[in-house]
Design a protein around this ligand. Structure first.
Ligand code: ADP
Ligand code: GN1
Ligand code: MG
Length: 382
């Protein structure tokens, strides 16, 4: 990684004293015992804030990556709007617990949803949802089912929210034509001289580029409705409780208008696969049909009544599209010199891209079978 990209996107690691100073700007209860780096997200820096008192809440502090989310006030407006809408909808449903099922932002002493420090970093604080866990890898069909219920319900609850209220926090986020243009631009620049070494991956992208725009074209023809979607439905963006029941959908930064197939495809990418997103041994990458069925069952139980026939038919192409987009973005970042995603090894983005492209192949091979499972589950939900 060259110094230019390091300084442009990777802020220095703060020490505990700095973090405690940042926390002093928020309206927290009690006092801070410890602040520890937490989670495995690729974009923000997340810290677990432990309270001195066992009876007062713990918190989750995040330094927002403002190179990725360029308009933080708009981003935070979105999160306030979405959480308020979810809270209101859940409050009207018997047996639900909005305070446990929706993220709670802790305001600053200036009554704002984020704090900007003198160095230009943006910070936000959430109430830590006690007794919950997120999993990078799904462990069983019950968890996969719960993941499907959580993202399905999330979408159903936002169906009546006015999409015009939301800002596009990252324009063209899942627009594959836009991602292909960024890829082509990176190839032309070849900033760090890596293009020569990734010819097979480039060929993989070019072979599929046109077919991967099918959903966009359907959308343009008015055949697929835009809904409010989550757009980052990785399995670790659902918190499960101690009984492995889905409790809360988190990571709301990319909630924006999108197609239902985006959320479905992005979720299957991590929820129906037992190897990690960056699996090095490509032979290990496969779709687990039990997990696939379970996620699909949970997702369609919550969404079937509102989806059109065209949307049901779009779920299957969404399965290959999302790992394709993720592989393309990882590869583009690799070619560009690794300045978007956090990496933990020099070729990490390439390894991630290869794993995602292998997953695309597996999904292509099984697409007929997966499509018939979706149809069967959909019919049974009717
Ligand atoms: P990123 O965008 O970096 O993935 P997330 O918002 O998903 O950041 O948070 C990172 C991790 O922190 C999550 O995977 C989850 O384990 C944990 N987490 C986030 N918010 C909460 C919360 N309110 N309560 C408990 N854990 C949380
Ligand atoms: C990023 O922040 P995190 O790790 O949840 C990325 C997603 C990718 C994901 C791949 C804003 O999500 O789009 O699917 O990595 N988020 C952004 O793991 O780019
Ligand atoms: Mg996350």
């Amino acid at each position: 990684m060259d110094n230019h990209t390091m300084s442009k996107t990777k802020a220095s690691t703060p020490v505990t004293e700095d973090l405690k100073e940042i926390l002093s700007h928020f309206l927290i209860e009690g006092s801070v015992a410890s602040v520890k780096a937490y989670g495995s997200g690729h974009i923000h820096d997340t810290y677990y804030v432990q309270n001195q008192s066992l009876t007062l809440p713990d918190y989750l502090l995040q330094r927002i990556n403002h190179h990725v989310f360029r308009n933080v006030p708009q981003l935070m407006d979105n999160i306030e709007l979405v959480t308020a809408h979810l809270r209101k909808k859940l409050a009207a449903m018997p047996g639900r617990e909005p305070d446990k099922e929706v993220l709670t932002l802790i305001p600053t002493r200036q009554h704002r949803s984020y704090f900007e420090d003198p160095a230009g970093n943006f910070w936000r604080l959430y109430l830590l949802l006690q007794g919950t866990r997120s999993y990078d890898l799904v462990e069983n069909t019950q968890q996969a089912y719960e993941g499907g219920k959580a993202f399905g319900l999330f979408q159903a609850l936002l169906a009546d929210m006015d999409a015009h209220l939301l800002h596009e926090s990252i324009p063209d986020f899942h627009n594959v034509e836009h991602r292909l243009k960024q890829f082509e631009a990176a190839l032309v620049k070849d900033r760090v001289g890596r293009v020569k070494a990734v010819q097979p991956e480039i060929a993989f992208v070019k072979q599929r580029a046109y077919e991967m725009t099918a959903l966009l074209r359907l959308g343009r023809e008015g055949k697929l409705p835009l809904r409010i979607t989550h757009n980052d439905t990785k399995f670790n963006n659902v918190l499960l409780d101690r009984q492995d029941k889905a409790q809360c959908v988190i990571d709301l930064d990319t909630v924006m208008p999108g197609f239902v197939a985006y959320d479905y495809g992005d979720a299957i990418r991590t929820t129906a696969v037992t190897s990690p997103e960056d699996e090095e041994n490509l032979d290990r990458i496969d779709i687990d049909l039990g997990l696939f069925r379970s996620f699909t069952q949970g997702f369609l139980e919550e969404t079937h009544a509102s989806l059109t026939d065209a949307e049901i038919a779009s779920l299957s192409p969404g399965l290959t599209l999302l790992p394709f987009i993720m592989g393309l973005r990882f590869l583009t970042d690799y070619i560009d010199g690794d300045h978007y995603y956090k990496i933990h090894a020099p070729d990490h983005n390439l390894q991630r891209a290869r794993a995602q492209f292998r997953l695309v192949e597996v999904l292509e091979e099984k697409s007929g079978l997966l499509q018939s499972i979706i149809q069967e589950i959909y019919q049974a939900c009717q």
